[in-house]
Design a protein around this ligand. Structure first.
Ligand code: AMP
Ligand code: MN
Ligand code: MN
Ligand code: MN
Length: 278
């Protein structure tokens, strides 16, 4: 496959809920043969400068990105922003409001766990998180450490999803705000991992229609650990709605050994890649 550029446009670092620092992530991406890497931490871009420094004078191209949490109806949707200007004020104000919300949500999660007899979750989760972002993964690590579940997927199922004791329904950005922040920062807005939402096909089409109307341009056709048939289906949707196709592993760390950087199903030839005019 020489001559093919390897793109991985959805990854996480310790600046959100990933387990590698931005430097370590860049080093691993180079090891894995990634040519173009986007760091897309949840609701923040604090890792970008470090990743840029690490990528400087290597063959790796680092794309500044972010993954914004959105509440759309009763669903949490993730919108990836690629090629964003991280100095854009509207974007940064929006992201910082989401991180503030994360703090209050985390207190609420800790209170709910406390009522279930699990004390110390706030401090416990904080210990796993960076200064900037607190999320469910950090609570999950605390709960596993204290023997409340055997692993990450078990802990989410038992504590951290809807109708479970540690779950707090999200109140994230509106779809329109998220897309506007990204566009204002000169970026491209992409619907992340479209197959992962528990919504009907009709609802997904409605999401895409709204997303396009407000200026969204991209659709993550290829995601980590995805069935080839799923990729084909998403490619058809992207083409039908004239959205550019993106691909990303959603890598969170080497401990999740079923996902690796740059190890993705090929982008279907019928798609217009999001990098077509980069
Ligand atoms: P948050 O944005 O804080 O609500 O956390 C969402 C993050 O939790 C996702 O980006 C994943 O990293 C992680 N996550 C969500 N569901 C699961 C699951 N079932 N198993 C493991 N990790 C999960
Ligand atoms: Mn995550
Ligand atoms: Mn996501
Ligand atoms: Mn992600």
């Amino acid at each position: 496959m020489t001559g093919m550029t390897c793109y991985d446009l959805h990854t996480h670092s310790t600046a959100s809920d990933g387990s590698l620092t931005p430097d370590e992530l860049v080093a691993r991406a180079i090891d894995q043969g990634v040519d173009v890497l986007a760091l897309t931490d949840h609701d923040g871009s604090e890792g970008i400068n470090a990743a840029r420094r690490a990528a400087k004078e290597t063959q790796l191209t680092l794309i500044a990105g972010v993954e914004i949490s959105v509440t759309w109806g009763h669903n949490t949707i993730h919108i990836v922003g690629l090629k964003i200007d991280i100095d854009n004020q509207n974007l940064q104000q929006g992201l910082s409001s989401l991180r503030e919300y994360r703090i209050s949500r985390a207190h609420e999660m800790a209170n709910r766990l406390d009522k279930e007899g699990i004390a110390g979750a706030w401090e416990g989760a904080r210990k796993y998180a960076s200064e900037v972002m607190l999320g469910r993964v950090h609570f999950a690590k605390f709960l596993v450490e204290h023997g409340h579940a055997k692993d990450m997927s078990d802990v989410f199922k038992r504590y951290l999803v809807r109708n479970k004791p540690g779950y707090v329904p999200g109140q994230w950005a509106t779809l329109e705000d998220a897309v506007n922040w990204i566009n204002d920062a000169g970026g491209q807005a992409v619907i992340a991992h479209p197959a992962r939402y528990k919504i009907t096909a009709t609802k997904l089409r409605r999401l895409i229609t709204e997303f396009k109307e407000i200026g969204g341009v991209g659709f993550e056709v290829v995601s980590g650990r995805q069935h080839p048939e799923e990729v084909k289906k998403l490619a058809r949707l992207a083409n039908q709605f004239e959205l550019q196709a993106s691909c990303g592993s959603d890598f969170h760390g080497p401990e999740n050994n079923w996902v690796e950087l740059g190890r993705l199903t090929a982008m279907p030839e019928s798609c217009v890649p999001i990098w077509a005019d980069w």
